[in-house]
Design a binder for this molecule. Sequence first.
Ligand SMILES: Cc1cc2nc3c(=O)[nH]c(=O)nc-3n(C[C@H](O)[C@H](O)[C@H](O)COP(=O)(O)OP(=O)(O)OC[C@H]3O[C@@H](n4cnc5c(N)ncnc54)[C@H](O)[C@@H]3O)c2cc1C
Length: 381
Amino acid sequence: MAKKVAVIGAGVSGLSSIKCCVDEDLEPTCFERSDDIGGLWKFTESSKDGMTRVYKSLVTNVCKEMSCYSDFPFHEDYPNFMNHEKFWDYLQEFAEHFDLLKYIQFKTTVCSITKRPDFSETGQWDVVTETEGKQNRAVFDAVMVCTGHFLNPHLPLEAFPEPLKSLCTKKIFLYKQVFPLNLERATLAIIGLIGLKGSILSGTELQARWVTRVFKGLCKIPPSQKLMMEATEKEQLIKRGVFKDTSKDKFDYIAYMDDIAACIGTKPSIPLLFLKDPRLAWEVFFGPCTPYQYRLMGPGKWDGARNAILTQWDRTLKPLKTRIVPDSSKPASMSHYLKAWGAPVLLASLLLICKSSLFLKLVRDKLQDRMSPYLVSLWRG
Ligand SMILES: Cc1cc2nc3c(=O)[nH]c(=O)nc-3n(C[C@H](O)[C@H](O)[C@H](O)COP(=O)(O)OP(=O)(O)OC[C@H]3O[C@@H](n4cnc5c(N)ncnc54)[C@H](O)[C@@H]3O)c2cc1C
């Protein structure tokens, strides 16, 4: 029987999580508290529900080829950096293309997730949801938390009174920013709680691909006790000043993507690629690290990945060519020549007239200078 997975949130991370569950033959149910997909990309004039959303003039800050789902490139006509409406359209197209909407229960808030009494054997969770004031409880084999991290304001620790400060400093360690270390069963994952020096969308998609394979038992993560021990040791060394605390730093995009891809078995092997397909290898190695690279081999391989990589510059240049250029094969009309040559000819004529009038003035002045002594003597005489 397929494992039941609760996906919380239908934003960028939630949508890819649903798709990854489907790809791995898991059975997803997504709970979204608002009435639409897209999370913070769903623009509203007012924020009545208290949710952080995009502002009216927002334009994406990562270009479309670097910030797309790895098997669903943006249409070539989309601008490279787009306003939030266009980006939301893309999310809608993605959800429709892969038929994801049927898995989402809108206007449903997840109130709590608690371990079942037999959690250490089953790894199962009790999930309590609320839809229009009505509560519901269901058992899930695994949970993907995709609730975003812009929901609440990030306040400095000094903003809290002393007794609360100690609570706030309580840290939860996440293995590769995804799996809580203190769980004896890896059946809960946090998707999208990461600062990346690059596209969050591509990063969260790869996280979701890895997580669903861990849920299925096809990828393994080290045992909880070992990870906890390592984390505690590291924490001690940070306190003693041996290591710098980098937990709040943004992760390097390529290093993080390669790391997660290696866990799944989808990190492209460049030497092998150079032997098999030099043209593609060249583009992968020297070109931008677009997400299609992680669909070239291994689980979740996509046949369109090669073509998507080889045409990525065409899709980048397409929106820069919006001016309609007349067909050069047709003979040009008289008006075309007039338009093309009219302005330069007019300018040249004006310059000539101007120059010749200056020349005439110069000649006249010179003549006047030469004639004036004779005129004076004539006058005197
Ligand atoms: C202003 C701004 C600009 C950005 N620009 C870019 C950019 O250009 N490129 C880029 O890659 N990234 C950008 N980001 C990063 C952004 O975080 C990601 O693009 C992405 O939106 C994260 O998606 P998410 O699904 O993780 O979270 P969210 O979009 O926050 O979605 C979370 C979803 O979970 C739902 N939810 C929350 N709690 C519950 C609950 N208890 N029960 C049910 N549902 C719940 C919410 O309603 C929401 O729909 C930007 C972020 C901001 C704030």
